[in-house]
Ligand binder design. Sequence first.
Ligand code: NAD
Length: 311
Amino acid sequence: MKALVTGGAGFIGSHLCDHLVAHGHSVVALDDLSTGRESNLEQLTGNPSFELVKGSILDKSLVDDVVAECDTVFHLAAAVGVHTIVDKPLESLHINLQGTENVVESAARRRARFMVASTSEVYGKNDADGLSEDADRVLGSPLKSRWSYAAAKGLDELVAYIYGEESGLPCVITRFFNIVGPRQTGRYGMVVPRFVSQAMAGEPITVYGTGDQRRCFGSVFDVVPAVVKLIDTPAAYNRAVNLGGKEEVSIRGLADRVIELTGSPSTVTYVPYEEAYGEGYEDMQRRMPDTSLAQGLIGYEPQRRLNDIIA
Ligand code: NAD
């Protein structure tokens, strides 16, 4: 495959580039380095199967030029992170909507296969036990979303779906649930790298809220191969597919686990949400994927446990 990875210098995107190149594919990464880093791709520098193009998905003619070289497009570029999307809601909405439209439109016109990274945030305020793709969620509907980010991602799903239906674009929508791994930084709110950095530095581990909220962290090393399998699976086309981990943990429990595994002297301190994120911030009490659709489509079975992910 000759693949374009938008957001290829980011956390998940750079692992996807590694995986594709390691499996004999040619890869072009398009990234504006806003949250991504060139150093995430240094292991691929000089590899004839890899090229980094620095630029924005908002640059329509650049997008079209890079899509024209490729037969498969993995669209991961997005404005992400709680602070970005809370502080600059309209700017992030614009990047996530207009950018996706640019990429999907070129992919459809150039007859490339297309994957778009969506998010568990599209399930909105929903603490159900195992969120399934069919549960209480109309594809593309931003009705129960919090934040412009979730609304934009819901609309991205809808745009991809419409191109899939109307122009036959082979298209997969992946809904990522709290994916973690090397190269993810804690600087825009990601809890696992932040706790690990605090523990390694012997600083207090800051838990936002009561710490009773529960999450299920997935490994980037389980998710990346699944993304590639899905694009090779026509039964997955025009479906939204959850991808994430299996082991649920409270954030308080995560802090304890990080302290134990790092052997850190750190203690845990609790910070009210308002102090961390500002007035009116609400968090989901629970976020747990039902991954049985992915299991049925591609035999998805996450191999990494929480301890592996933290390690
Ligand atoms: P990331 O910030 O590391 O990656 C996003 C990348 O997009 C960065 O490299 C950034 O520089 C790039 N980018 C941003 N705006 C751009 C623009 N206008 N033009 C070109 N590049 C641009 O974050 P990530 O965690 O790797 O997320 C990758 C994708 O997965 C995103 O679409 C995100 O919404 C989605 N996602 C991630 C998670 C997770 O748990 N990490 C969960 C749900 C969804």
